[in-house]
Write a protein that binds this ligand. Structure first.
Ligand code: C5P
Length: 330
């Protein structure tokens, strides 16, 4: 949907500004969390009491969320740098290192200990998802849902028609792989650290996940607001914030916001490592759906990668005995 929304432009209508969509997704996340708290508390006075006590009353707790939200903001920008300086396939392969960085931070920050069999499963997962992704890059059937990818999709749209785009294409010709590699490695470290930090905060304090997401959303909204004003000031002044918005744009924004909340739910009830397996499996499920709906032709590489991902997921679930991984069965 995101790709479609960036490519198909209605005649006479401007393309929506991507940074406004990122900002609005943060705002929508906050509204969704407030709605859940209101639903849970049932009356307005009890809802307002929680908001006052937990959000306005604890600025230090909101400040704690500056670390993961700042890292997520950095990560999204660095991904753009990485994607502009590396070949798409190189990027996809190197970005899978975040599976390992997440596992390492789970050990360091969360005190998990992983059996050798589970490490092997993680390495297999990296290999499998790399194989699967290399087809989706060349076949352009799916993209990750990060804001950075969205910017790249923006780049894909109507090449050479717009002078700004033309300049971007020229910039692509002047790639600097070292810069790209440093950016992708930093993104992987940031993804692993921010994810595990958020997980630690969620699992070690009484504060509800919905309150935590509001705290995260507030700083996220502030960061994306600054980004929006710095990068897109001129078009914003000229055409306003909601220029080019249609129903599809709102669906994309809602999807981003709800997707972010889903990440939080996964991290709370499962963990960041399992999230890696879930997103890898979801790429394969997207492939299967695309096969039936969009005539997607999986390559041999995709099928081998898919099998490896499934085997590694099964392997990760095996109880290797003695050294438990800290995810206790209920
Ligand atoms: O690639 P990675 O898994 O690190 O990306 C996580 C994404 O989920 C980030 O884009 C981040 O903005 C989003 N997120 C969120 N709300 C959370 C946790 C993560 O929107 N509570």
């Amino acid at each position: 949907m995101m790709r479609y929304s960036r490519i198909v432009q209605k005649p006479g209508q401007p393309m929506y500004i991507a940074s406004t969509a990122v900002f609005l997704a943060e705002v929508l996340k906050i509204i969704a969390c407030l709605a859940v708290i209101w639903y849970q508390k049932r009356t307005f006075s009890r809802f307002w009491y929680v908001v006052r006590k937990e959000i306005f009353g604890k600025p230090a707790e909101t400040m704690k969320m500056l670390i993961p939200s700042g890292l997520y903001a950095l990560q999204n920008n660095l991904l753009y740098v990485a994607l502009s300086n590396l070949e798409a396939a190189t990027f996809q392969v190197t970005y899978q290192m975040k599976i390992l960085s997440t596992a390492i931070f789970s050990v360091v920050l969360l005190g998990r200990s992983l059996h050798r069999g589970k490490w092997l499963a993680l390495v297999l997962l990296m290999i499998g998802v790399t194989l699967v992704q290399s087809q989706t890059v060349s076949g352009s059937s799916s993209q990750s849902t990060s804001a950075a990818s969205e910017l790249v999709l923006d780049e894909d749209a109507e090449p050479f028609k717009d002078p700004a785009k033309e300049q971007e294409q020229l910039m692509l010709a002047a790639q600097n792989p070292i810069v790209g590699l440093i950016a992708v490695i930093t993104s992987c470290v940031s993804s692993g650290f921010a994810g595990c930090y958020f997980e630690k905060i969620l699992k070690t304090s009484e504060t509800s996940m919905w309150v935590r997401n509001i705290q995260l959303g507030i700083s996220g909204a502030l960061f994306s607001l600054v980004g929006m004003l710095v990068y897109d000031r001129a078009p914003l002044m000229a055409g306003g914030m909601l220029q080019g918005y249609d129903a599809l744009t709102w669906v994309v924004v809602a999807n981003q916001a709800l997707g972010g909340l889903l990440v939080a739910i996964v991290v709370k009830y499962a963990d960041n490592i399992l999230k890696g397996f879930a997103t890898s499996l979801s790429i394969i499920i997207s492939g299967v759906i695309s096969f039936y709906l969009f005539n997607f032709q999986p390559s041999f590489q995709f099928i081998v990668g898919a099998v490896i991902v499934m085997v590694s997921s099964y392997m990760y679930g095996i109880d290797f005995g003695k050294k438990a991984d800290g995810v206790k069965p209920h």
